[in-house]
Design a protein around this ligand. Sequence first.
Ligand code: FAD
Length: 416
Amino acid sequence: MAHSDTEVVIVGGGAAGIAAGRRLDDAGIDCLIVEARPRLGGRAWTIGDGLAFPIDLGCGWLHSADRNPWREIAEAQGCAIDRTPPPWTRISAPIGFSLSEQASFLEALQAFHQRLGALAEDAPDVAAATLLEPRGRWNALIGAVGTYASGSQLDRVSARDFSRYRDSGVNWRVVEGYGAVIATHAAGLPVVLGCPVRRIDHGGRRLRVETADGTITADAAIITLPSALLAEETLAFTPALHEKTAAAAGLPLGLDDKLFLSLSGADEFEQDSRVFGRTDRSATAAYHLRPFGRPQIEAYFGGPLAVELEADGVPAFVDFAVAELVGLLGSDFARRVKPLHLHPWGVDPFSRGSYSCALPGKADCRGALAAPVDDRLFFAGEACSASDFSTAHGAYLTGAAAADQAIAARRGKRST
Ligand SMILES: Cc1cc2nc3c(=O)[nH]c(=O)nc-3n(C[C@H](O)[C@H](O)[C@H](O)COP(=O)(O)OP(=O)(O)OC[C@H]3O[C@@H](n4cnc5c(N)ncnc54)[C@H](O)[C@@H]3O)c2cc1C
């Protein structure tokens, strides 16, 4: 292997790993990103749609864009920022969902979020579902939206964790693609691709990082693997780190998948609007019509519905989406849409899901996962973020923080 020794090895080249690598490189610390896939970016992934537009199969929204470090990076790269307010904050054209129903639903959703936000920090960490209004009219649809936010049903999500999420309410997009911005940020960093790390032996004076392509020795490591992979111990530690495995198990990755469809006669629909397939059940997709004004539909599937459809393969998503859209817009509509792309994140061996949510009672696992071990094993990735989890900017902030911890530890050792 060309790079067999480094000061800090970074396991995983997603948003967190790239942020960490950039910070270490800027500080003059020798580092190496070791990435399992043949590409950088991880759950941030922009591809061409085969026609004219870049599409984001993973993260697409610059959440909390007014304080999101990727926004400034995107601007510095010369990318265009689209500031159109997201469809979930607005009333859309009344397709299967009257204007008054939409207003009533938004009110119920806001009230649910307020109940979550009012939870005292010392109250028992219950399931978010317990804060639904008993027999509330919109509970099924709030459950659907919960699966888009967490990838899980509300009875599998910690209310405390949900309430700790900090959302500035500003959501923008990158026209050229969020994933492209993140991968481009790694330009010039030392990287090995297609090289899964299998074990980190931290029993000796230096770390031995065993990869599919040989062993790397290092003084410190920043581990940025998705929590699902740490819980499954696809990366082993010697000696074992049982507390990390337990913390990661408390933060499973929920599942969300996006199906992109091309749409003919798109101008008939309002740009950046949204329809739900059904408003009376949780197993339904949300359809973002004409994202960026493009002739496309971005269908969003979450939770158990996404799990079930992944088990049946990509065509099952297309059939489901077409059936729901035909139910709303009539049988001729089936001829107007064609599948473009979907990536099944749940069966992807290097993510095994989309983004983390804490199980009820497990909100404090985020802090436990993020805690360094012996001042030389540092942990980063969206699941480590206390208040920006599940996002690409949360991943960035944890990656930069882990790099700062590694830099402080390296400088401390050099001066003694
Ligand atoms: C469908 C979908 C929609 C989303 N929408 C948004 C959104 O709109 N806005 C937002 O902010 N976030 C969104 N997210 C979440 C966001 O993409 C992630 O939170 C973020 O990209 C996670 O970054 P990370 O660095 O923590 O993890 P990852 O990106 O998963 O990086 C970890 C890296 O480790 C690598 N790896 C795995 N195993 C090994 C191994 N053994 N050895 C070496 N490398 C390994 C992986 O290949 C990966 O590159 C979305 C995600 C999905 C899937």
